[in-house]
Design a protein around this ligand. Structure first.
Ligand SMILES: [Zn+2]
Length: 289
């Protein structure tokens, strides 16, 4: 396990597989409440890891979680991918670098070894490596995997029928490797889903438990640690902003109470930590790197 990338949850090994991490967006362009004045009291703890002092942009990683239980080798989310025609983000359009796949290999995992792929939701940066472009068509990157999608999420993506759906989800269905499930689906005692709607209609968090230890991968129900202090800040990416805010606050409250490890998609490295109550909101305590 690479330094700072992994943790044990009982018998379950969890490891981040990074695609890239960089300053990504100016806060107030994404959170309308995040004016320079509103951010001023928080810059001292946001900078330099969560907020780039030079550009003022929030720093986001794009990463997956590799989960190894006694029974299964699982990927939670599959980042952006290569060659995808993601027209709304020039930096994601037809990327050519294989960093993510190389990092998966560096963790000792070949594509054939993945048993399950879970997508918290079907946005471009969470399902990209689901597929690879081979001999002129998109095929599953993981030939032996079942890909678990929430039914609601898949139906919403299918209705949109955008390029992300056609390149990264539909080919999985056509290959017979999709497993559409309810949002409370349990794979076994170690791995189960939790409905966390708002960011998207069928968004799920992925719970992990073993030997009295537990963790949860939260996907995009929260994007930045600033939302621990301001759970009511829903980014423009959230489909239903009031519902996303309600889901976020409930999630933070229940995780502050349980104290379990939270594996975030987009908080800066090391991305994992614990939610604690602070006043009428929360704070995120990162694990030691
Ligand atoms: Zn995301």
């Amino acid at each position: 396990m690479q330094h700072g990338m992994g943790r044990m949850i009982g018998d379950i090994a969890v490891e981040r597989i990074m695609e890239y991490e960089a300053p990504f967006f100016v806060p107030h362009e994404v959170f309308r409440e995040a004016t320079p004045e509103a951010l001023a009291p928080h810059r001292h703890w946001l900078e330099p890891n969560a907020m780039d002092p030079e550009t003022g942009k929030l720093i986001l990683p794009f990463q997956s979680y590799l989960v190894r239980t006694k029974h299964h080798t699982i990927l939670i989310d599959t980042c952006i991918g290569c060659g995808k025609n993601i027209t709304h983000r020039p930096e994601w359009f037809q990327r050519t670098d294989q960093t993510w796949l190389n990092n998966l290999r560096a963790a000792g995992i070949e594509a054939e070894a993945i048993d399950y792929v879970f997508c918290t939701h079907l946005h471009a940066d969470h399902c990209g490596w689901n597929t690879s472009f081979v001999d002129g068509r998109w095929v599953p990157t993981f030939p032996n995997a079942k890909y678990v999608f929430s039914k609601i999420e898949y139906a919403a993506a299918e209705a949109r029928n955008d390029i992300i759906f056609r390149e990264s989800a539909l080919p999985i269905m056509e290959a017979g490797q999709a497993q559409l499930v309810e949002t409370d689906f349990a794979l076994d005692d170690n791995v189960w889903l939790q409905s966390t709607p708002g960011h998207t209609a069928g968004h799920v968090a992925v719970n992990l438990a073993s030997n009295g230890h537990s963790a949860v991968m939260c996907g995009d129900l929260i994007h930045s640690p600033i939302q621990c202090v301001h759970p009511e800040w829903s980014p423009k990416f959230d489909l239903d902003k009031p519902l996303a805010a309600e889901t976020r606050r409930n999630f933070l409250a229940s995780n502050a109470e349980s104290g379990q490890l939270v594996l975030t998609a987009h908080f800066p490295s090391p991305s994992m930590g614990h939610v604690v109550v602070e006043g009428d909101a929360f704070q995120f305590k990162y694990v030691d790197d």
